[in-house]
Design a protein around this ligand. Structure first.
Ligand code: SF4
Ligand code: FES
Length: 261
């Protein structure tokens, strides 16, 4: 394991002395222990420590930016919105799946090294970046779009508030893969559709305007479909959007048995 250090509070051109001292007084020294992997350098992954000075009210994503921009530009991770919307920065932080942009450093015990590694169950391409293709293929397989037949309506497709409520929770998914990559069944057998695909099937199966519910249920009736779920609740615990993922999976199972949805 290697270590890199950045003493951030001692920069020479950081503006007026008093404001620099003010902001420096909030800083702590934290160690980020990051699982590195670069197939062009080594076939083995290894841990690397980065000691940086940072405000504990910052997020893990800010720490990763600081490391990348000021210590080691080769550190590789995905992010886009930085505000919990795009779903691109799911990673394992202190052994738990979280969004780096929604995780405050002060909330994850910065007195000890903070471990950061790629989510599990998907092939690591480099450092914290995994191959998301199998994840998005499972998503595509459940037909995540409204299916209707007949003539186009002349006005919007109406729906009661009660009907809308039935799938409200599952509309919140941002496809971050935190749920799927926290699932032991998915770790052991990448063929399982995984919680995220089922959540997105749920979103349309229970939509009163949609006409392909039966088709989606048949897709999920597959040996790699909903019946693989072992109800471990890892997915619900991991979801940064607070979606009741396990409950949604149970509702899909029930719909398969009763054929009522
Ligand atoms: S259900 Fe939650 S954890 Fe799973 S992909 Fe959607 S937002 Fe992420
Ligand atoms: S960067 Fe978009 S969700 Fe974190």
């Amino acid at each position: 394991m290697s270590t890199a250090t950045l003493d951030k509070g001692k920069g020479a051109d950081r503006g007026p002395v008093d404001s620099a001292e003010n902001s420096a007084s909030h800083l702590i020294t934290a160690t980020f222990r990051i699982r590195r992997f670069n197939p062009e350098v080594s076939a083995e992954a290894s841990w690397e420590d980065f000691r940086i000075e940072i405000d504990p009210k910052e997020r893990v994503l800010d720490a990763l930016h600081q490391i990348k921009w000021e210590v080691d530009g080769t550190l590789t991770f995905r992010r886009s919105c930085a505000h919990g919307i795009c779903g691109s920065d799911a990673m394992r932080i202190n052994g738990r799946n979280r969004l780096a942009c929604k995780t405050l450093i002060k909330d994850i015990n910065p007195d000890k090294p903070i471990t950061v590694e790629a989510i599990k169950g998907l092939t690591v391409l480099k450092d914290l970046v995994v191959d998301m293709d199998p994840f998005f293929q499972a998503y595509r397989d459940v037909m995540p779009f409204l299916v209707t037949t007949g003539n186009e309506p002349t006005r919007e497709r109406l729906q009661s508030a009660e009907d809308r409520e039935r799938f409200d929770d599952t509309t919140k998914c941002i496809l971050c893969a935190a749920c799927t990559s926290s699932c032991p069944v998915f770790w052991n057998d990448g063929q399982y559709f995984g919680p995220a695909a089922i959540v997105n099937a749920h979103r349309f199966i229970f939509d009163s305007r949609d006409e392909a519910g039966e088709q989606r249920l048949e897709i999920l009736n597959d040996k790699d479909g909903v019946w693989r779920c072992r109800t471990t609740f890892n997915c619900t615990d991991a979801c940064p959007r607070g979606i009741e993922v396990t409950k949604a999976i149970q509702e899909v199972k029930r719909a398969l048995i009763t054929r009522r949805f």
